[in-house]
Design a protein around this ligand. Structure first.
Ligand code: ADP
Length: 264
């Protein structure tokens, strides 16, 4: 990646992380930066832009660089030329990266979405869950804390389980109580974690059914870094899962492509 080639920027102000992506004149991902989201969004965005200005040297292009904002906090980015929905931006980023349509599942820190993308890159339908933590990263994070397993290891630990415990609660708060009760009954961490992953995946599969599955199945969002997610989604759907190079950056990448004025 070469920051000096950046001619347009996209920023994704998510509920859990903030991401900024710079693209070159051909729409290639040339630079990025990611941080955990902070309560003072405006200050954090300003810091991101200061960092961008330092590395991408806009003076060479003779002026300011267009910036498009997306994500749940996009309206707070007053420096943006435009705000665009996450649905449009994720679809755009993934379509450009993978060069085909299909069904995209984005699992973020506090929301999840399923987006149908046509062979030409247009959004055909979508379903979004941002009202409840089930089916999001938060669902696993809360319970992993209880189990003393670091976030980065959850997937591996779940996949190492020889058995699986069924978790009946889809609600994060009740699932946490269920986990506490299982621990108290001496159940091992691995089967509990596998059961929690199963619960998350089934929730996502229910969303996929409402939109309809048009293969290939594609995954984006930070939770994809958990290896068990793709593996178990393949198990539950029988479909192979395709993952772009930078799954957590796809929203910001799509926003940068809009800033560049790129059609599909
Ligand atoms: P949002 O766009 O909603 O802010 P992201 O798509 O950036 O969220 O995803 C953030 C979530 O990704 C975190 O809350 C966490 O659950 C998950 N995550 C991040 N890194 C890892 C990792 N290494 N392993 C497993 N999960 C991860």
């Amino acid at each position: 990646m070469t920051a000096s080639q950046v001619v347009a920027l996209g920023i994704d102000v998510g509920s859990t992380t903030v991401k900024i992506v710079g693209v070159d004149g051909e729409g290639n991902l040339a630079w990025h930066w990611l941080e955990q989201a902070e309560p003072r969004v405006e200050d954090q965005v300003e810091r991101f832009l200061v960092r961008a200005r330092q590395v991408i040297r806009p003076a060479e292009s003779g002026g300011t660089i267009p910036l498009v904002a997306t994500g749940y906090g996009r309206r707070l980015v007053r420096q943006a030329t435009r705000g665009v929905t996450e649905i449009t931006c994720h679809a755009k980023g993934v379509y450009r990266e993978l060069a085909h349509g299909g069904t995209l599942v984005d699992i973020g820190g506090q929301d999840s979405k399923v987006i149908g993308i046509s062979p030409r890159g247009d959004v055909t339908d979508f379903s979004m869950n941002d009202k409840c933590a089930a089916g999001t990263g938060r669902f696993l994070e809360n319970t992993a804390n209880r189990l003393g397993v670091p976030l980065e290891c959850m997937g591996q630990v779940a996949l190492s389980a020889l058995e699986e415990v069924s978790i009946s609660s889809t609600c994060t708060v009740f699932a946490e109580s269920e986990v506490i009760s299982l621990i108290a009954h001496g159940v091992a961490v691995e089967p509990i974690l596998k059961g929690l992953h199963r619960s998350l995946i089934r929730r996502v599969v229910a969303m996929i059914r409402t939109v309809g599955l048009a293969p290939p199945l594609m995954l984006s969002g930070g939770v994809v870094q958990n290896q068990a997610i793709a593996r178990m989604l393949e198990e539950e759907t029988g479909e192979k899962v395709v993952i772009p190079r930078y799954p957590q950056l796809m929203g910001a990448y799509g926003a940068a492509l809009v800033a560049l004025g790129m059609r599909n």
